[in-house]
Write a protein that binds this ligand. Structure first.
Ligand code: MSP
Length: 513
């Protein structure tokens, strides 16, 4: 089986600076990309910015900037954020690039050729903020304003000539596809939502706009620009050089393994996108995962609600890895989650500084003092040692399976439990009382060091820099991190010296402590 893996984030609207919700999507995608890489996969990881449409055109007008110049500036803040978040994306696509425009126009031509596109007129509601069409039943009126019931964003009436995509034709093939591929939409609850939406009947979809020009022109009619979602979704293949179907990237990485998205954009990814692909005879992605929202209080964090938490501020105050750890551990993956500084500080103090950092320091100091700073060689595992070591060996394939199901919660729980057990093991074994039994003392130290190594390997996708800092104990570098070795109890026997390392996490003095 080829060990290739392709994961994507949504491409972000550069209508305003990135916020914590965007950082969340990207960090989670980076987690999976890093895990797959240390498990021997060749990973393609795509992110980028979604720059066309009325939303962006209006945002630029508001700032009094020429639209492309506006996009250049804000797209750069997203690109910079990728570096700040230590993402390992292999590409960053902008929908204003020629490679993308060319790809979208080709997909359009393909749909047209297959008679999936026709010219008509759209009369109905449109939300510029969501770049989405809504039916009468999806609209409510609050304080004299018409809003989408789903997103609560304002809608405006639209009445114009438009090309349509024959979405209705794909209702049955889509339902068949969902049925045959139960893993396609995750988590399960969201799959059910999508299925009942499609079963409710699909209407043909308006896929062009005539009343503004900030978009990719319809190839056969320059008066229209292509609907921004048809444009945006194509990024996932334009980055692989579509329409060149024989090129290496497309062959290697398509269909994508995972489109990671927020739950608000599931309909576009689980209904429209697969329908476009079916119509163009292109294989469908293997999985679309709709994660929950980062909330501020009870509400989704978003620019229009003015309740934004700036990831950069949090990183400046606490550091990147604590933020990555916090988002992965404290926001139950798949559900909404609140972010609070108080809980972030608890995570730093108890999980990172106490349970992980302190264990690394303790065992290193102990080895330096009692074993001349060398990995002990004369050892013999007893039942207690094997119980804690075997946990990794026994679960290695289960962990892989859970990762394939994107069960991030299982992964982090496994680590948290392992850290707890490792600390308990070290305390219970009381190596400081074993100075008269060198072999036993050596074995306890060796076992604890092995556990620190295994846990540091597993922490690498979550807190990459801190994991690398910890692995300096063994002089293990990034290229040597290999998940398939976590079942090896004797990995360290081939190594020699132990190094003292700097404190991994500084404890935060809490005001109420
Ligand atoms: N441009 C479209 C996506 C096109 S993909 C072909 C878009 N952009 S967005 O900038 O509005 O949102 C990008 C992603 O960020 C979405 O997955 C969205 O769910 C996510 N988030 C935006 N706010 C969020 C939170 N408060 N919490 C978590 N994620 C949220 O939609």
């Amino acid at each position: 089986m080829p060990k290739n893996f392709y994961i994507t984030t949504p491409i972000y609207y550069p209508s305003a600076k990135p916020h914590m919700g965007h950082a969340y999507s990207s960090i989670i995608a980076d987690f999976f990309a890093r895990f797959k890489r240390i498990d021997g996969f060749d990973v393609n990881f795509l992110t980028g910015t979604d720059e066309h449409g009325l939303k962006i055109q209006r945002a630029a007008e508001k700032k009094g900037l020429e639209t492309l110049k506006f996009c250049d500036e804000i797209s750069k803040t997203f690109r910079d954020l990728s570096k700040t978040l230590n993402l390992t994306n292999t590409d960053f696509i902008r929908t204003t690039e020629d490679r993308h425009k060319n790809s979208v126009q080709n997909l359009w031509k393909e749909l047209e050729k297959n008679d999936d596109i026709y010219l008509s007129k759209y009369s109905g509601w449109y939300s510029v903020s969501d770049e989405a069409f809504y039916t009468d039943d999806e609209i409510e009126e609050i304080d004299g304003k018409k809003l989408s019931k789903i997103s609560k964003s304002p809608v405006e009436w639209m009445d114009e000539e438009s090309y349509f995509f024959r979405l209705s034709k794909w209702e049955k093939p889509l339902l068949d596809y969902y049925e045959k591929n139960p893993e396609f939409i995750s988590p399960k609850a969201r799959r059910n939502e999508v299925i009942s939406f499609v079963k409710g009947g699909l209407k043909d979809l308006s896929v062009s706009r005539k009343s503004f020009s900030w978009g990719i022109p319809v190839p056969s009619n320059n008066e229209h620009v292509i609907y921004v979602w048809l444009d945006a979704l194509t990024n996932y293949i334009s980055a692989l050089n579509y329409p060149d179907m024989d090129n290496e990237l497309l062959n290697k990485y398509w269909p994508a393994n995972v489109h990671l998205i927020g739950k608000d954009i599931l309909r576009f990814h689980a209904v429209y996108w697969p329908a476009f692909l079916l119509a163009a005879n292109i294989p469908l992605p293997k999985k679309v995962y709709g994660h929950g929202w980062i909330l501020s209080g009870e509400e989704k964090m978003s620019k229009s609600k003015g309740n934004i938490l700036d990831p950069i501020e949090i990183i400046d105050q606490y550091g990147l890895d604590p933020l990555r750890y916090y988002l992965i551990k404290e926001v139950s993956f798949g559900n909404d989650g609140n972010i609070s500084k108080d809980r972030l500080e608890d995570c730093i103090n108890s999980d990172l500084a106490n349970n992980y950092g302190n264990l690394c320091q303790r065992v290193t100091a102990f080895t330096i003092k009692n074993c001349e700073g060398k990995i002990p060689k004369d050892i013999e595992f007893n039942q207690d040692d094997l119980i804690i070591l075997d946990k990794f060996k026994d679960n290695i394939n289960l962990i892989r399976k859970k990762i394939d199901e994107l069960d991030l919660n299982f992964y982090i729980e496994f680590i948290v439990n392992s850290l707890f057990e490792a600390n308990k093991y070290f305390n219970d074994q009381e190596p400081w009382k074993k100075k008269g039994d060198i072999k036993r003392l050596n074995t306890i130290i060796f076992t604890t060091l092995e556990i620190v190594r295994k846990i540091s390997f597993m922490l690498y996708p979550i807190i990459p820099q801190s994991s690398l800092n910890a692995l300096k104990i063994f002089s293990i570098n990034e290229n040597q991190i290999d998940f398939s070795t976590i079942d090896n109890h004797n990995y360290l026997s081939k190594l020699d010296v132990i190094n003292k390392i700097d404190i991994l996490f500084k404890k935060i003095e809490k005001q109420n402590d």
